[in-house]
Ligand binder design. Sequence first.
Ligand SMILES: [Zn+2]
Ligand SMILES: [Zn+2]
Length: 113
Amino acid sequence: MRTTLIGIIMLATLATTGCENKSSDKASGTSSAVTAPGAKHAAVGVRPGSHADWCGEHQVPESMCTRCNPSLVAAFKATGDWCVEHNLPESQCLICNPELKIERPPLTGAAKP
Ligand SMILES: [Zn+2]
Ligand SMILES: [Zn+2]
């Protein structure tokens, strides 16, 4: 009798703890996935071409965002990748190239070979 009761209590405790762990894991995972809530621009020092390298305001890689970094304009002009009409790199000009899709690089794990 007694053993059964203890067993039930232990089971209940385990189940509750397991549930709590699961939900808290989920919550912390979500919060850590968001690098900086509310931040529209990539942090300083992110690797160009990485998931973090993204300008949320202009929907282009931050390292290639001429609107955030006007100093990049010369480099685009030098390679002939420049839309004079819209003051944008031709490769980012959705007005001239409506079919253009600039996709954010996928988020990859920290472990790299
Ligand atoms: Zn930008
Ligand atoms: Zn254009």
